[in-house]
Design a protein around this ligand. Structure first.
Ligand SMILES: Nc1ncnc2c1ncn2[C@@H]1O[C@H](COP(=O)(O)OP(=O)(O)OP(=O)(O)O)[C@@H](O)[C@H]1O
Length: 594
């Protein structure tokens, strides 16, 4: 039931663009216009050659079998053979051009779509499901590729054949051609009306497939909690339900397509039979000669074949149009966070003065809850400031705002006195080195994973950073040392080891401002002590913001800022805050007593 309801909703909201959605393909094909032109030329030649065939047949009927001249027969068959060679060569060339055109333009489309997606702001990814995006990048572009590679090619060939064969029919016998023309509207009406519905169904089933892909993506990335909680069957059913929904829509689409094809074939061939019946009577009555009728029959079959092919293709065109619509939606997504068109340049390396003035901020997905309010923070160049407070107090949010993953709704944030919104994003983010709460390890070697911090770092730099981050020991102990493959298909690092890779990245980055979000939370006491030393060294001459739950790790900060419920409730040194006896003293009492 829900299928129908959802489907109706999709019918009303989606698919307004119609076949026009395919216009958005043009920019990706335009760079390959030479291939398109060659394809058109080959298409013209091969279709022309095909249209000459019926003339040869007429000659055969009129001269070959009625007359007796063996030379004429030889000539006709030699000509026929030459014609088939031309058809073979141009068909092959045409196929080559169009297939390459489709591969090239879709490669362009995929890369452009990916570059667009990777630049969209964090807010976009919070409201989208990654599995669904991957599905659009994969299956939707594949549908479009099939359309360009075979659909458009076959369609245009059919159009050329239809026009050519129709013209030839008119020249061969205007009377029979006139009779045939009467049936054309009868054929076009069902094609157009069926086609529109096919596209809607197609878009809907692609949407459901993307849902299924999103479920698979989420769950296959989380197999251990799923198995630990014995949720296999539940997840299995959830996935099967999504697939079944896609399948049921696909079935309707296929049914429609099949019905359309049967209707068109019946109409077209019925019409041809009728016209030929009249033609045959003309021959018997001596109005037309047999060769002409033979030639006309072939043209009529060509034309009918072309119409039949086009009706079959129409549903493919509609499916691709639905897919292109989904792709275009992604292209239309404009990031909220962008570099300004005329950014204020930073004079060389940032000094690292940070200031948040009257900042109020809520996450886009939680418009009713302020994550930060009345927030004023002033950090001097080179100062080390610790942010402490209970879970959910807004500490990580401060980092997200400094990195301009989001813009605050009120107030402003400056770096060296310049509003973050006036800076080019690479300049702004290039001034920070972040050690996040959770370290992502990418597929690639250990060295490449550290080089994530600075793409052009030498092997020596990578090694030094790893030593400073206490990572050198365990990395060298891996099977291939720094060349060992990490990530999903490689060695899995422990939480503490991942954290040290993240610290090595930050060290390598050598940025004027350090953001450490629970950077040592997963380390044992011994490694932490060693890294604290390295970090203390690293913090010299840099502005540093540290988030830590373990108060022991923040005592060396120049200043401790206490957050609660998105506000600053106190600030000072460890000693002064203890003396004040507020939230901090309470936290300290609990921790140090333990
Ligand atoms: N991406 C997000 N979308 C919506 N709400 C969020 C998001 N990230 C955090 N929040 C909410 O904002 C508030 C502040 O979260 P934040 O992560 O800044 O807290 P925190 O002090 O860093 O906590 P913790 O110490 O547990 O990491 C919380 O109520 C949290 O639920």
């Amino acid at each position: 039931m829900s299928t129908d309801k959802e489907h109706d909703r999709t019918e009303s909201t989606a698919g307004k663009a119609g076949i026009g959605a395919l216009r958005r393909l043009w920019p990706f094909m335009r760079p390959h216009w030479k291939l398109a032109l060659s394809w058109l030329i080959f298409l013209g030649i091969s279709s022309g050659a095909n249209l000459v065939l019926p003339i040869a047949v007429r000659k055969m009927i009129n001269h070959g079998f009625v007359g007796t001249d063996i030379n004429v027969i030889n000539q006709i068959f030699l000509g026929l053979f030459a014609l088939s060679l031309i058809i073979a060569a141009t068909t092959a060339a045409r196929y080559y051009c169009i297939t390459l055109l489709s591969e090239r333009s879709l490669a362009t489309l995929r890369s452009k779509l990916y570059s667009h997606l990777i630049r969209l702001d964090i807010g976009f990814f919070e409201k989208s499901r990654v599995g669904e995006l991957i599905s659009r990048l994969g299956t939707d572009t594949e549908l479009v590729q099939t359309l360009v590679g075979s659909g458009i090619s076959v369609a245009l060939r059919s159009v050329v054949m239809l026009v050519g064969a129709t013209t030839a029919m008119i020249i061969t016998s205007p009377r029979l051609a006139g009779l045939s023309a009467l049936v054309i509207p009868a054929v076009m009406v069902p094609i157009l009306t069926f086609g529109r519905r096919v596209r809607r169904y197609s878009r809907f089933s692609q949407d459901r497939l993307a849902d299924a892909a999103a479920i698979a993506n989420e769950t296959l990335h989380a197999t251990s909690p799923i198995q630990a909680y014995s949720r296999e069957e539940i997840e299995e059913n959830r996935y099967a339900k999504a697939i079944a929904l896609a399948l049921s829509t696909a079935r309707r689409r296929i049914g429609l397509g099949a019905g359309l094809t049967a209707t068109v074939i019946t109409l077209v061939f019925g019409a041809i039979t009728f016209v030929l019946w009249i033609g045959a009577r003309d021959v018997i009555q001596g109005h037309v000669d047999a060769g002409i009728l033979g030639q006309f029959i072939l043209y009529a079959i060509f034309a009918a074949g072309a119409v039949g092919t086009m009706s079959g293709l129409w549903s493919q065109v509609m499916r691709a149009s639905g897919a292109m619509e989904r792709i275009s939606e992604l292209f239309d997504e404009v990031p909220d966070i962008q570099s300004p068109s005329q950014p204020v340049p930073l004079p060389g390396r940032a000094r690292g003065a940070l200031r948040m003035e009257g900042v109020a901020f809520n996450y886009p997905t939680r418009p009713d809850t302020l994550a930060l309010h009345d927030f004023d923070l002033d950090v001097q160049p080179g100062e080390t400031v610790a942010l402490v407070g209970p879970s959910g107090a807004g500490k990580s949010t401060v980092f997200s705002l400094l990195l301009r993953f989001y813009d605050p709704q009120r107030g402003r944030i400056t770096l060296d006195g310049v509003d973050l919104r006036a800076l080019a994003l690479p300049d702004l983010r290039g001034s920070f080195a972040l050690v996040p709460q959770e370290t992502v390890i990418f597929g690639g070697s250990a060295a490449e994973n550290i080089r994530f911090g600075r793409a052009d770092a030498s092997d020596e730099d990578v090694r030094e950073a790893a030593i400073a981050a206490e990572a050198d020991g365990f990395l060298r102990a891996l099977a291939d040392g720094y060349d060992t493959e990490l990530g999903e298909r490689g060695v899995r690092l422990s939480g503490g080891q991942r954290q040290r890779v993240a610290i090595a990245r930050a060290i390598l980055r050598d940025a004027p401002i350090l953001l450490l979000d629970e950077a040592t939370s997963a380390l044992d006491a011994q490694s932490e002590a060693a890294i604290q030393q390295a970090l203390a060294h690293l913090e010299k001459g840099r502005t540093t913001l540290v988030i830590a739950h373990r108060l022991a790790t923040v005592q060396r900060a120049d200043r401790i800022v206490v957050l609660d419920g998105g506000r600053i409730v106190a600030q000072g040194t460890h000693e002064s805050l203890l003396r004040e006896g507020g939230l901090y003293a309470e936290l300290a009492r609990l921790q140090f007593a333990a």
